[in-house]
Design a protein around this ligand. Structure first.
Ligand code: ATP
Length: 252
C-alpha cells in the first residue's frame, strides 16, 4: 500500500517547516528522508503521524490520513520508532511489545462483555505473535528482562520491535542508528533489510549517517528549508547539484 504526500505544508509562525512537500513511498521499500539540520525531516514524520494539522494530503492506499488523530493513523498501519527511547523501563520486553498491540485487541476495550476464556485466548494469540516478533528482531533471549537492564543498542532494538508489534504497513524510523556502535549499526541495517524483504513493510527513515543511507535506501527524498530539492534513487540524489549545495551550506 503506497504512502503518498501531496503538497503537504506546515508553518510555525513565520517558519515554513514544510513547504508543499510531495513524494511517494512504495510498499516494501526503504525510503530515506534526508536534509541538513532544520530542513523539515521531523516535521515530515509528524505530518504523516498526525501530530500537527497540516495543509495538503497524506494518503495510505486510498485512505486519507490528513485530519485523523494519531491513534487512528496508527490503527491504519503507520508505526513510528522514536529517536529518544520511549519505553516503560521497569517493564519487561514482553510487556512493552504487548502494549504496542493494544489497538489490535478487542478484549482491551470490551473485556467486561466477553467471557474470561475468550479474553485469555486473545491474549495468548497476541503473546504468540509478540514472541515471533521478538525472535525476528533477535530479542527472544531477553523477552522477560526489564528494558532498563538492556544496553542502549538493546533498548533501541526493543523500540524497533515495539513498532513492528503494531503490525504496520509503514514503519517510520527516526535516526535508527544514532549513538550506536559499529556492530549495533550493522545488525540494525540487517534488521531493516529483513523487515523490507520478509515482512514487506515499507520503512521510512530519517538518518544522518550518509554512507548508511546511500547503501540501504531504495529511494531518497532530500529536504532543505522545508522543500523537496531532490527525490530518487541514491545514485541520482548523490550527484544532484542542489543536494551538494545544501550539504555544503552554500545557500544562495
Ligand atoms: N514545534 C515547533 N515550533 C516552532 N518551530 C518548529 C517546531 N518544530 C520545528 N520547528 C521549526 O521547523 C523547521 C523544521 O524543523 P524540523 O525539526 O522538522 O527539522 P529537521 O530536519 O528534523 O532538523 P534536525 O535534523 O535538526 O532534527 C525548523 O526551522 C524548526 O526550527
Amino acid at each position: 500500500m503506497k504512502l503518498s504526500l501531496r503538497d503537504v505544508s506546515l508553518r510555525f509562525g513565520g517558519v515554513r517547516a514544510l513547504d508543499s512537500v510531495s513524494f511517494d513511498v512504495e510498499p516494501g521499500t526503504v525510503h530515506a528522508v534526508i536534509g541538513p539540520n532544520g530542513a523539515g525531516k521531523s516535521s515530515c514524520f509528524n505530518a504523516i503521524c498526525g501530530v500537527y494539522p497540516v495543509g495538503g494530503s497524506v494518503r495510505l492506499g486510498d485512505r486519507e490520513l490528513t485530519g485523523l488523530p494519531p491513534h487512528a493513523i496508527a490503527r491504519l498501519g503507520v508505526a513510528r520508532a522514536f529517536q529518544n527511547i520511549a519505553l516503560g523501563g521497569a517493564d519487561t520486553v514482553l510487556d512493552n511489545l504487548m502494549v504496542a498491540r493494544h489497538h489490535l485487541t478487542r478484549a482491551g476495550f470490551v473485556s467486561t462483555g466477553l467471557g474470561l476464556r475468550r479474553v485469555r485466548r486473545e491474549e495468548d494469540r497476541h503473546r504468540a505473535r509478540v514472541t515471533e516478533i521478538a525472535a525476528f528482531t533477535g530479542l527472544d533471549a531477553v523477552l522477560r528482562t526489564p528494558v532498563a537492564e538492556l544496553s542502549y543498542g538493546g533498548r533501541k532494538r526493543v523500540e524497533f520491535a515495539r513498532a513492528l508489534a503494531a503490525e504496520p504497513r509503514v514503519l517510520l524510523l527516526d535516526e535508527p542508528v544514532a549513538g550506536m556502535t559499529h556492530h549495533e549499526k550493522a545488525t540494525t541495517v540487517a534488521l531493516i533489510r529483513e523487515t523490507r524483504a520478509v515482512l514487506g513493510v515499507a520503512v521510512v527513515l530519517v538518518e544522518h549517517d550518509m554512507p548508511l543511507v546511500m547503501g540501504l535506501a531504495d529511494r531518497i527524498t532530500v529536504l532543505d528549508f522545508g522543500r523537496v530539492i531532490a527525490d530518487g534513487p541514491p545514485a541520482h540524489v548523490r550527484e544532484h547539484p542542489e543536494v551538494l549545495r545544501a550539504y555544503l551550506g552554500a545557500h544562495s
